[in-house]
Structures are given as C-alpha cells and as structure tokens.
Write a protein that binds this ligand. Sequence first.
Ligand code: NOJ
Ligand code: MG
Length: 557
Amino acid sequence: MSLPVTPAAPEDEPAAASDWWRHAVIYQVYPRSFADSDGDGIGDLAGVRSRLPYLRDLGVDAVWLSPFYASPQADAGYDVSDYRRVDPMFGELADAAGLIEDAHALGLRVIVDLVPNHCSDQHEWFQRALLAGPGSTARKRFHFQTGRGVAGELPPNDWESVFGGPAWTRVPDGEWYLHLFAPEQPDLNWDHPAVHDEFRSILRFWLDLGVDGFRIDVAHGLVKAPGLPDVGGADQLKLLGNLATPYFDQDGVHEIYRDWRRVLDEYDGERIFVAEAWTPTLQRAAQYVRSDELHQAFNFSYLCTDWQVDALREIVDLTLAAMGEVGAPATWVLSNHDVTRHATRFANPPGLGIQMVTPGDRELGLRRARAATLLMLGLPGSAYVYQGEELGLPDVTDLPDEVRADPSFHRADGQDGFRDGCRVPIPWSGSAAPYGFGPRDGGPSWLPQPDAWAELSVETQTGVEGSTLELYRAALAARRAHTSLQGGDLAWLDAPAGVLAFRRTAGAATPVVVTANTTGEHVRMAVPGALLLSSSPLEVADGEAVLAPDTTAWWAV
Ligand code: NOJ
Ligand code: MG
C-alpha cells in the first residue's frame, strides 16, 4: 500500500495558522444562562447554536462551554453522571455535534469542560460503590475510608469542603467518602488505573466529535497527598483554594497531564487544554503549562488583582516572567461563572475579595470594567471573556435567597456562595423579561433578571456608539487588525503617576501603545500616536491627551 504524499508547501506560502491559542480571545458560554430555545427557562445547546453568529460578529476566536453533560445539577452541571451524554435539559448529542459543526463553519473553535476531580453521586460508578460495600473494588475508584473516633464517628481527616463543612460524608454502612466540593460530588481516586483509562476514553469521545479542546475543572485537585494527612489548623481557603494543602496542587497531577497531552497530540488541528488550577503562586501555575503538559492555565492572580496601578503592573510582570520561563502564553481573565462580575467588583472598595453582594457605585464599576477590559485585551497572550461582560452586566446582588441555586450558599447558611449573581440569564432583546433569553415575552428564566436589563440588552446596545458591546467589538476587531497586539512583545513606557503605559511590537507591524489611567483624576500626557480606541471619551489637543478618570486607550504609533 502506498501512502499519500503531501506536496511540500511552496516557499512563499505563509505557514498554516498555527498556535492560534497563543493569542486567542476565548468566550465562555454558561449554557444554562445563555439562550433558551425551548422556553423551559433554562438555556440549552440549540440556544447557543442559534447565537453563534453573534459570537462570530463579536470577534472572538473560540467558545468554551461550561458543562452540558448528564447531571442531577447539584452544582450546575459540575456534578456529571454520564460524561458521554448531553443532559436532556440542554438537548442531545446531536445538538452538541451540530453546534461544533456550525461553529467551525463560522471559523470559531469549541472548547468543552472536563470534570475529572469528581463525578456525580448518581454516576454509575458511585452507585455501584455504595452497593458493593466496604473493601470492594468498586469503592477503590473513590476515596472511601473508615472514620476516626472510637466508633469511626469522626471524619477520617480534617479536610474541609470548598463549599463549607467537612469534606467527608458518612454512608449507612459506616464508611466515609471524600468530596472536596458538595456531598453530591464524590472525588475520584486517581491512584486507580480504571480512572485513568476512563478519562482517556472520555477525551477521545469528545475529540472524535470534533472539539478543539478542554477546560479542565479543578485541574489542581486530582492527586491527593499519600495517606491523606491532616491540613493541621491552616486556614483552608473557601472559594477554590490557593493555599498549599495536601489536596491541591500536588506534584503528581503533572504525570496525568503529560499522559493526556499524548492523547491530544494524536489528533490533528491544534487542539488545546486549559487548566483551572488555583495555585499559591504563578510559578506553580506555570508548571501546568510546560511544553509536554497543558497549553494554558487561567490567570487567577490577575483576576484577583484590584484596579490599582502598582498591583496591576506587578502581576503583569510576574505573569510574563513565569509563563515565559516555560514558553507558554500568558492568559488574562476578569470574570467567569464563579466570581462576582468585574463591573461590580470594581464598583466596590478594594480588598473585598472576589465574591460580594454589595452593588457598590455602578457607574464607577462600569467605567473601570471597560478600562480593565481594554487593558486586558491589550496585553500579550490569550484572554477570556465571560458571557455578558461585553454588555457591561453588573452582578445581580439582590437575588432572593429562595431562588439561589449555588450549593455553597446553602451549605454556608447564606454567608457565602454568591455565584448565582453572575449566572443570571443574558438579555438579548425586547422590553419584557426574559429579554429574548427565551422564546416568548413573559416566559420563564431560571433566575430572575433585573428590570433595568432591557437597557443593557444586545439589541439596545447594537450600533450605539460608546456602548460597551460596541467597545468590545471594536477592541476585538482592532486586535485582529494589529499583529503587534497578538503575539507581540510588551515594553513598559514612562507614564504619569497612576497610569500604566506600554508598547506592543511585533516585527515590522505597526506598534500599539496602551495607556491606562487607573486614577479617579484626569491625567494629561503627550499623545503617543493615533487614537485607535478609548474606553471613555478622550480629549486630544495640541499634542496633549487628557485621559479621563479610569480610562484605557489604544494608540497606533
Ligand atoms: C470549578 C467550577 O468552575 C465551579 O463552578 C465548580 O463548582 C467547581 N469547580 C467544582 O466542580
Ligand atoms: Mg431550554
């Protein structure tokens, strides 16, 4: 048999578009809150599919979908009962296949969520483990243990669940099982070969369906320290954990990612992995993106940084240095489905962390959010945009307790777990709720939308000069048009106090200068070039620019 011969590319042909992920803008879709095609009040895959042209026009490169797999929804789909099935609430496998096909036809890539740290307590494996009883092989796929205390009545160790309370639940026969999140999310035991085999097979299932990559949930949690030792009194961080503990960021996880990378590399088309890894330092995060492991890791250090000049500059430098060390692209992210939207974080005083229920000063928050976005999109590397931030949506801070679905809210007696506020369905159009999220006015939405959201809808903002949506569109278009904003280097420039200024250059391409005024004052500076874009109106006269408070501008030089 003779193999087909690929003709050598002529010398003047540009190299195939490679390394797309090194400077991609990736849009996070949270399926239950994006678009509801069947009117049940819950977003679905057909809804996402119908809105793909919107995402293409917005100008993003790829879409990451939060989980849509079969799930009892104890943690909004991060409790998977069947990794190869679409939950009927979201549609069926054919919808996922159709979505991927349509996305590709529009030039968009599709990244799906992979949840390997834990499954649902309704997963066949866990149900079998419960039935099989202590000492069984079925139990070895999870972390079942006998308890401490005279009669085993105390949990096996002092680990706390990220969602509050002990990380252990006791079953009727007396054994305890580990769940770093809700009790409905038992942790898988990654010391067991069957777990490895199963996830390799799940990877292949979705790769065969055509996905372009995976976002790995709790990528830092799979491997636990041998013997499951006590943490010993340390403050066990509540959200997702960025302290050194025996259950997060163990060196053993890297062997898993090297193995997965070999699987991924068997497939064509530059598919990628992005890690959700909360680590104590950026250096530790960089370990996940060494050349034979994953491609990207979310930059949570950046997400956690206040709108403050020195802090921002420091984190940018640390990021570029840590990622540069291993040859990985930096990533930048301001919002996702687990944290208060940045328009609300920046509306509040610094130091409140990343989950809050105070609306703060809305106008200030939006102004800073727009400036922060232009700053983020001006940095070298890849950026993540969370659905709705392009509309300048604030967090919904006043949801009634009864509608809240975040499991950590209920486990923490309403003192924590405010993630529903960033998960409120998107306003698309019209003057009545659900504002085009569902097919008919007055129809349901799984969380109520604020009355004021008609003003923020896609329809209201489209074509309106100065709207946040048009700002995102213009920024993404400018990023595509200027090579120096893609792979280019960053050099800091001298700037007035409170202003960040840097130049992006890439070979002979037009350099772009980014200036971000983080202060509440007007700041004057010499005009660095031709104005491309500004997050707030900006005056330029006689070679001098007046940067309005909390404003980022891009300049072609
Ligand atoms: C991180 C996810 O982003 C979050 O939504 C989820 O609750 C936890 N992992 C547990 O899967
Ligand atoms: Mg629906």
